[in-house]
Ligand binder design. Structure first.
Ligand code: SAH
Ligand code: SF4
Ligand code: F3S
Length: 508
């Protein structure tokens, strides 16, 4: 009896949650219709044929947001400008993860201030993570009053409406909200034609004490699997070679959908992405060590079209520091995951993020981090000097001497250079399947490609290896043709962060 009742209650709760979700979906659809009306109006009002230029700071989530912004602007009739000087609208999509990201934004605003003096009609838009912090918005209001539009990362879908207000009123529009609404089916203009970014969730619930992201991007919200699958199908139909699934913590994907019929865990989502869409290469980022489980590692091992690369941010190798960082894992748990990953997945590259000089870090703590680096043998590491972010807990803690931190940072970089070089050297002599990215940035008789492990390789080829029709092309044209194609490459040399190779065969 008791059991039946519990089941009934669970069922009722599920139904209530489903109704709530249905309502949210209905308002998201209404919102899309509303914005579409503004898009049509804006086209005639101002947008048709005008040029936009977007500057993106920060991570791939921001890059993906910029692609949505570009999609919306193009839907209103605008076209991309080659540079900021020829643009009618400039968009600065900001990042606030470290002090220097904020610094670069304000530096560029200074340049735009001068541009605007000669061209008062230029529309300036500031959006992204930095806008979620009142002091920065205040600074814009006071010192950069020429900025026309200000909105936050959650407000992108409202761009048509906000722009319309600015075009009609001629007054600046400031709208930074923390809405949880996810509006699907917005247009998108992807930057690359072979690698697609795909955000599967927004926000973060973790509150690591050093990090501004939860404030900037709000609480975790997962897109529904159906919406993600629809996008994956579109990418597959458009013959994309690589898709990168994005979230601040992809392993907690779906937790907010748990009570609804839409629930799906990240390993299941990844399994479907790998098996149902004929996509050649699937990457994902980032995995929080606290939420990762063996299921994910097993899915990775099972599907060859999932990258042989795991980004597993360590931040610190000291349990004491991990605790003050509020990371919710111990070193033992972290190492267990890293070793299990190497055991289950052949030929895996593990990369990481590490912070040097977090408040309270002693030489002993620092040495513990170096020890972990040696033990895991990271193929690559992104190392950052701790940067206090106003509004986070760690910013209020006692800070270390910057000179001491710089010195530690140098020692850490030296160690990682050595680890990366060794990892690269171990590849020499192998033949690897690589995804071509076009002409190499270093030399115009070479081409760049990446392996499933995300190793960068600059390779040469012989014209005789190419089909007749490609042999007459100039290097840049050939680079453009090769973009997004796979090639088998023999690795002939290694540098600290990249490989050298010769093409064995182009797979068309
Ligand atoms: N969600 C990801 C991290 C995204 S931010 C994760 O938890 O793994 C990318 C990296 O920036 C972080 O992993 C961290 O190493 C670094 N970072 C974040 N806040 C920082 C700060 N205040 N100072 C220095 N580095 C920071
Ligand atoms: Fe920041 Fe931590 Fe969230 Fe990563 S998991 S975005 S470091 S709060
Ligand atoms: Fe920066 Fe926001 Fe990404 S703070 S790192 S752009 S989530």
């Amino acid at each position: 009896m008791q059991q039946t009742r519990t089941l009934e209650i669970t069922e009722l709760k599920k139904k209530a949650e489903q109704m709530r979700q249905d309502q949210t979906q209905a308002s998201a659809r209404e919102e899309l219709e509303r914005q579409t009306t503004f898009m049509v109006e804006n086209r005639d009002l101002w947008c048709e044929g005008r040029r936009y230029f977007i500057m993106t700071y920060g991570c791939q989530l921001n890059e993906n947001d910029s692609e949505r912004i570009a999609g919306l602007l193009e839907e209103m009739g605008m076209v991309a400008a080659d540079d900021v000087e020829t643009a009618d609208m400039v968009v600065l999509n900001t990042c606030s993860i470290r002090e220097n990201a904020a610094g670069r934004f304000f530096g560029n605003l200074g340049i735009i201030k001068n541009l605007k003096r000669d061209r008062p009609d230029l529309i300036t838009v500031a959006c992204g993570c930095l806008m979620r912090q009142e002091p920065h918005v205040d600074r814009i209001r006071k010192s950069y009053y020429f900025v026309d539009l200000v909105f936050g990362p959650a407000d992108i879908y409202r761009l048509p409406e906000l722009l319309n207000r600015r075009l009609c009123d001629k007054r600046p529009v400031y709208e930074v909200s923390n809405t949880k609404l996810i509006v699907e089916d917005l247009p998108i203009t992807r930057k690359r034609k072979y690698r697609a970014l795909l955000s599967i969730m927004y926000g973060c619930n973790n509150f690591c004490t050093f990090c501004i992201v939860p404030q900037a991007r709000g609480r975790e919200r997962s897109r529904k699997p159906a919406a993600i699958f629809k996008e994956l199908q579109e990418l597959s139909d458009a013959s994309y070679s690589e898709v990168m699934l994005l979230g601040q913590n992809v392993n907690s994907y779906g937790k907010d959908l748990r009570k609804s019929e839409d629930y799906m865990s990240f390993p299941d989502l990844l399994r479907h992405a790998a098996s149902d869409f004929e996509l050649p290469l699937i990457r994902f980022m980032s995995s929080h060590p606290r939420d990762i489980d063996e299921d994910l590692l097993r899915v990775m091992a099972e599907y060859p079209n999932i990258e042989r690369h795991l980004h597993l941010p360590l931040q610190s190798g000291s349990d004491r520091i991990l605790k003050t960082m509020n990371r919710h894992y111990t070193l033992e748990q972290y190492l267990k995951t890293a070793h299990k990953a190497r055991e289950l997945i052949d030929d895996l590259a593990i990369t990481t993020d590490i912070i040097v000089g977090f408040p309270g870090e002693t030489e002993e703590d620092f040495q513990a981090t170096l020890d972990v680096m040696r033990e895991v043998g990271y193929e690559q590491a992104f190392m950052f000097i701790y940067s206090p972010r106003p509004g986070t807990l760690a910013a209020k803690m006692d800070q270390l001497d910057p000179e001491l931190v710089k010195e530690r940072f140098m020692r850490m970089t030296e160690l990682q250079n050595e680890l990366s070089r060794r990892a690269m050297e171990a590849q020499v002599g192998r033949e690897m399947l690589m995804l071509c990215e076009g002409l190499s940035a270093q030399r115009d008789d070479r081409f760049a490609a990446r392996s499933s492990q995300n190793y960068l390789c600059n390779f040469s080829l012989r014209m005789s290896q190419l089909p007749e029709r490609l042999r007459q092309l100039a290097p840049e044209q050939l680079g453009a043709v090769l973009e997004g194609r796979f090639a088998r490459v023999k690795i002939t040399g290694a540098k600290s962060f990249s490989l050298e190779g010769e093409m064995v065969e182009l797979i068309l």
